[in-house]
Ligand binder design. Structure first.
Ligand code: FES
Length: 91
C-alpha cells in the first residue's frame, strides 16, 4: 500500500480514537434480512447499548466502541442477544 494512503488511514484512525479502543462490540442490528432476531428489538438493544455506554462513561474516550453488524448468523434469538448485551454492559 502506498505510504500516502497508509498515512491518511493512520490519521483517520487517530481522529476517531482507534488507539484508545479497549473493547469493540459488534451488535446484530438493523438487519437487511433479519434471520435470527427481530429487527425492531435489535434497534431497541442498539439504543440501550448507546445509552448505557454513555451513562458509564465507556463510549468514545472510555474505550468501548460499537458497530451495527447487520446479522452475524450466529444468534439463538433476540432475547439471548439482549441478555448477553446486558451482561456485557454490566461487566
Ligand atoms: S441477528 Fe442474526 S446473528 Fe444476530
Amino acid at each position: 500500500m502506498p505510504a500516502e494512503i497508509t498515512d491518511k488511514l493512520q490519521k483517520i484512525a487517530e481522529s476517531v480514537g482507534v488507539q484508545k479502543m479497549r473493547r469493540h462490540i459488534f451488535l446484530c442490528c438493523d438487519q437487511t434480512k433479519p434471520k435470527c432476531s427481530d429487527k425492531e428489538k435489535s434497534l431497541e438493544s442498539w439504543e440501550y447499548l448507546k445509552r448505557r455506554l454513555k451513562e458509564l462513561s465507556l463510549s468514545g474516550e472510555g474505550g468501548v466502541y460499537r458497530t451495527k453488524a447487520n446479522c452475524l448468523q450466529i444468534c439463538e434469538s433476540g432475547r439471548l442477544s439482549r441478555r448477553n448485551l446486558v451482561s456485557l454492559v454490566h461487566a
